[in-house]
Write a protein of this length. Structure first.
Lengths: 108, 548
């Protein structure tokens, strides 16, 4: 599920190394405006390219509209890819961010 | 008189003069520019100005409405700063050599469509946010200010939808009500109307014509009706409804925090029933003294397998923590009869109400029972939990249950898991058998809770869902009232407490009788808590008529 993985980038037929992890959203309204804003703030702290994928749609985690446009709902499985100079720091920080904000600890 | 119909937000009645606002967003001038770089500079300075404005609005909203409602302006700032949005505007200015206003307007159209096309009513509303920030930038470019010009007092504003910026510029003293022909109950305007207690009607069935501007209007946000040019009779009716509403809100304000004590000093606990966790806010808001009937079935419904211990534990824990030191009486799983689970095989029964249900299912399936009890005991370390068991008919069942409980407690203690060792254990009295032997049962439990719905149907032998005989059902039947009295007396003889859950608990015509019997607790729907409190406060149990 998590860790360093080799992957073909969608557009380029070359192997790149990146940090990647999956997360299942457990939050009543999914990633709507306010949580999306928080995610953008978090992702913007890093230089790496950070991509969020749900189903067949992907978006840069630093763009609010792009992220909201994914329409991520409660129960959706998202994949987060970080690629760049600080990718492992970014992946660790985002993993924690998703845990703290979308893991359903707050069921009410 | 013309009547419109929509969805009412925040129940109240408002009287005023209709003030209609036309949206002028659709008209932005398009013109060619010779100096593209100059136009881009114009855009950037407007963008800076817009960012400053939303920051000011954020501060204002934080003061006026609180953090949750102010948050939208923080999101607006991020939207204005969004790179995709910015680049789209710049591209249009560069490629089409066109003015910044038009580029912003065009971009707004593109981006708002992302949201209005989404299959999600919450996200659809975000299209209004895109238009809001874009209009703000356009206003900064042209130097105009779009204000809601409602000079008259007691104005009832009619607009397509209000943007968050519009709402925060509203003069609360002058606006009596809101009509949003498009908005939904999820829009910011609707949410803020609730916070500010301004009655609003949204999502109308037809459009309000401009010629109605300046006419007299009444909005009834209980029913969602709007009356333009109301006739005398309607006006009278609405005045009366307004008076009643005012009285009720006053009453609720006055009753909150009061003790449930009769004129002659008898006290009673008024708790609320909980069907699912979303009701917890309502339960606290209405000042319930506890949860008198936590129906645990929601944990098991709408899924394809039994919930495990961990999942149940987290839900119980969460709820008892929210209730603080208030009592939470959890009823163990009560399935069978009309409540079935897709993933559990029920036998085919000719008469399921008299069949495999409640404690009978649990004692027959120890795994289900033990999982639930362990989860509840673990949660007992975090609050004030009681457990009660449904459909009891004999003291053997109670002894059997207590053996399970002792095993579970020993297990938890051995594994060094925290729990409260003195969780009060009670039973539902909902069969005539349990009521009749309540003297014996009282020895083995800490409390009773009388479930009047089933007790009525079993005592009168009337299926309340059977339309042919259902009308014969009379919960005020002497037999029921005598059984209740018997149960209360038997419990008190043994020093145990008695509650009533089920519909009779909120039947105000019986409140004084229950008080005179000495019932210790009534558990009702959250919205009935304060009206029952009112009834209690007005009762003198020395002056009770004869019910038997």
């Amino acid at each position: 599920m998590t860790g360093m993985k080799l992957r073909f980038q969608k557009s380029l037929p070359k192997l790149v190394i990146m940090e990647i992890f999956d997360f299942t959203i457990n939050k009543e309204n999914g990633i709507h405006a306010r949580p999306a804003g928080k995610l953008v703030n978090e992702a913007s702290k890093f230089q790496s390219n950070i991509t969020v994928t749900v189903g067949t749609k992907s978006a840069c985690a630093k763009g609010l509209f792009a992220l909201m446009g994914l329409g991520i709902k409660n129960g959706d499985k998202v994949t987060i890819e970080c690629e760049g100079p600080d990718e492992s720091e970014a992946a660790n920080a985002l993993r924690e961010f998703f845990q703290n904000n979308f893991s359903g600890n707050n069921i009410l | 008189m013309i009547i419109f119909k929509g969805t009412g937000i925040f129940g109240d009645i408002a009287f005023g003069i209709l003030s209609i606002h036309q949206e002028n967003f659709e008209s932005v001038n398009k013109r060619k520019v010779s100096n593209v770089e100059e136009e881009i500079k114009r855009y950037y300075s407007a963008r800076e100005k817009a960012i400053k404005e939303v920051r000011t609005l954020y501060e204002k909203a934080l003061n006026d409405f609180g953090a949750a409602e102010a948050e939208i302006f923080a999101v607006h700032e991020m939207m204005i700063k969004d790179k995709d949005y910015e680049n789209t505007i710049l591209d249009i200015i560069r490629e089409k050599k066109i003015n910044a206003e038009y580029a912003v307007w065009n971009t707004s159209h593109k981006f708002s469509q992302i949201f209005s096309k989404m299959n999600d009513r919450y996200m659809n509303q975000r299209a209004a946010d895109v238009r809001d920030i874009s209009q703000r930038i356009i206003n900064c470019l042209t130097g105009t200010k779009k204000l809601l010009h409602h000079q008259k007092d007691a104005a009832i504003l009619s607009v397509q939808d209000l943007t968050p910026s519009d709402v925060s510029s509203l003069n609360r003293r002058k606006v009596a009500g809101l009509i949003l022909s498009k908005g939904s109950e999820y829009s910011h305007a609707a949410i803020i109307s609730k916070v500010l207690k301004i009655p609003a009607v949204v999502n109308l069935n037809k459009t309000i014509k401009p010629e109605y501007d300046g006419k007299k209007v009444i909005i009834d946000s209980f029913s969602g009706n709007i009356y333009i040019d109301p006739d005398e009779e309607t006006e009278k009716r609405m005045l009366k409804k307004k008076e009643e509403a005012d009285k009720r809100y006053e009453l609720l304000k006055y009753l909150k925090g009061k003790e449930n004590v009769t004129l002659d000093g008898r006290k009673v606990e008024i708790y609320a029933n909980l069907n699912n966790p979303s009701e917890i806010e309502d339960i606290l808001e209405n000042d319930s003294g506890g949860i008198g009937l936590f129906r645990s079935e929601f944990l098991y419904m709408n899924r394809d397998s039994f919930p495990d211990e961990e999942e149940q534990f987290n839900i119980y824990k969460n709820i008892v923590q929210k209730m603080g030191d208030k009592r939470v009486i959890i009823r163990t799983l009560d399935i069978g009869s009309d409540k079935r689970l897709d993933y559990f095989n029920f036998p085919t029964e000719k008469n399921p109400a008299l069949g495999y249900r409640g404690i009978r299912v649990c004692l027959d399936n120890p795994n289900i029972f033990i999982t639930q009890l362990r989860a509840i005991y673990r949660a007992s370390a975090f609050g004030n939990i009681c457990i009660m068991f449904p459909m009891i008919i004999s003291s053997d069942e109670v002894k059997y249950i207590k053996k399970y409980v002792e095993d579970i407690k020993k297990d938890l203690a051995d594994s060094k898991i925290n729990f409260s060792p003195d969780v009060p254990l009670g039973i539902m009295i909902e069969t005539p058998a349990a009521a009749i032997i309540s003297d014996e049962l009282a020895e083995f439990v800490d409390f009773f809770s009388i479930g009047t719905n089933d007790l009525t149907q079993y005592t009168l032998a009337i299926d309340r869902q059977n339309s042919i005989v259902g009308k014969l059902s009379n919960p005020h039947h002497k037999a029921i009232l005598r059984l209740i009295k018997m149960v209360v007396d038997n419990a008190h003889k043994m020093g145990k407490w008695v509650g009533i859950c089920g519909e009779l608990a909120s039947d105000e015509s019986l409140t004084e009788l229950f008080l005179s019997m000495g019932v210790d607790e009534l558990s009702v729907s959250p919205s009935s808590v304060l009206s029952i409190r009112k009834k209690v406060i007005e009762t003198d149990t020395n002056k009770i008529r004869d019910y038997f």
